[in-house]
Design a protein around this ligand. Structure first.
Ligand SMILES: [Mg+2]
Length: 222
């Protein structure tokens, strides 16, 4: 997968010229509780077969693709509607105190990009949401139209490999992302909301919560 996207190429060039090295952030399930919002919608329309709370469902399945009783056309419609209606992205709940901690991290190492598998349809709403919660201003990189959503992790890993060393790593909740880095990747993946990783050959640091992310970022800088 070669990086042809002009936006990403120009981001690298811009960072290189300014000599800035920084960190990237994922958005869904790292900064915003997107799946929670979506689960609420699914419960509304489809009922709650296991009688779990939204948080319990999110923790058990992590992604709506993994929820066995919501793999039918009716549920797919709810998910598709959500992804298409950019407005939904304005009201997403914030995860813990992620914004406060990122402001702290930003003083140690600058946040230089938000890299998300969201499509560009939600670009303005994503920008609005980040500003609303006082996240540092940085370029938002969305998944290009020619990359299918299920290829999102692979795309993101390749973007991060390309952007290294100007982008020294990412905070991301998705263990699936770690699969796609080559063995030579020297960046750091702070795996948010995880306690372990299968990748021992590259620099993956599982971080149970945002406090631990901040602590690990500080340690890396020393
Ligand atoms: Mg995520």
């Amino acid at each position: 997968m070669r990086i042809k996207n002009k936006e990403i190429i120009s981001l690298k060039r811009k960072l290189k010229l300014s000599g800035v090295k920084g960190l990237a952030l994922d958005i869904d399930e790292t900064l915003s509780f997107t799946i929670g919002f979506l689960i609420e919608k699914l419960i509304e329309k489809m009922g709650n077969p296991e009688n779990l709370t939204v948080k319990e469902i999110a923790r058990k399945y992590r992604h709506t693709d993994n929820i066995p009783y919501w793999q039918n056309n009716e549920a797919k419609k709810v998910v598709d509607e959500f992804n298409k209606s950019a407005d939904s992205f304005r009201d997403l709940p914030l995860i813990e105190n992620s914004n406060k901690i990122i402001q702290e991290i930003n003083k140690i190492i600058p946040i230089v990009a938000y890299i998300t598998v969201r499509s560009s349809v939600a670009f303005n709403e994503t920008k609005f949401w980040l500003k609303k919660h006082d996240f540092p201003e940085a370029q938002i990189v969305t998944r290009p139209k020619n990359i299918e959503r299920k290829m999102g992790n692979k795309w993101k890993a390749k973007v991060l490999e390309y952007l290294y060393p100007q982008v020294v790593g990412i905070v991301d909740d998705n263990p699936g992302l770690t699969k796609y880095f080559g063995k030579k990747y020297k960046g750091v993946i702070y795996l948010y909301d995880q306690t372990e990783t299968e990748r021992k050959d590259i620099n993956v640091i599982p971080c149970e919560n945002w406090e631990i992310v901040a602590k690990k970022v500080k340690e890396c800088k020393i």
